[in-house]
Write a protein that binds this ligand. Structure first.
Ligand SMILES: [Zn+2]
Length: 113
């Protein structure tokens, strides 16, 4: 089975989340008994240069980020499949298979390569 990695546009690692929050003002709608919180705020979380990083981004950037994160996950799934396949054909497995074939065909003659 030969598979190629296909990339459906740009990708982005990480995760997205949406939050609502209260602000620091002493009097604000977010402090009411039936509070209307500020937001939504769109957050991207992921690793940048090895450090877990969270960024608050615009709604437009968030929508694009979600699309790219999906691309990234599809890419990972494909890569996982390729690596599983690679392990099924690992050098030690091919070696064992050759030995088994040789042993099984030990009784017969004339099947030399
Ligand atoms: Zn507020």
């Amino acid at each position: 089975m030969k598979q190629h990695l296909k990339f459906d546009g740009p990708s982005c690692p990480g995760t997205m989340s949406t939050t609502w929050s209260k602000c620091g003002k002493p009097v604000c709608a977010c402090k009411d008994r039936m509070p209307s919180l500020h937001g939504p705020y769109y957050r991207w979380t992921g690793f940048v240069a090895g450090r877990r990083t969270t960024r608050t981004i615009s709604e437009t950037a968030a929508a694009e980020c979600k699309r790219r994160i999906m691309n990234y996950r599809n890419m990972q799934k494909l890569l996982d499949a390729l690596l599983r396949d690679a392990l099924d054909r690992a050098p030690w497995i091919e070696e064992t298979a050759r030995k088994t074939r040789r042993q099984a065909g030990g009784g017969k003659r004339g099947e030399r390569r």
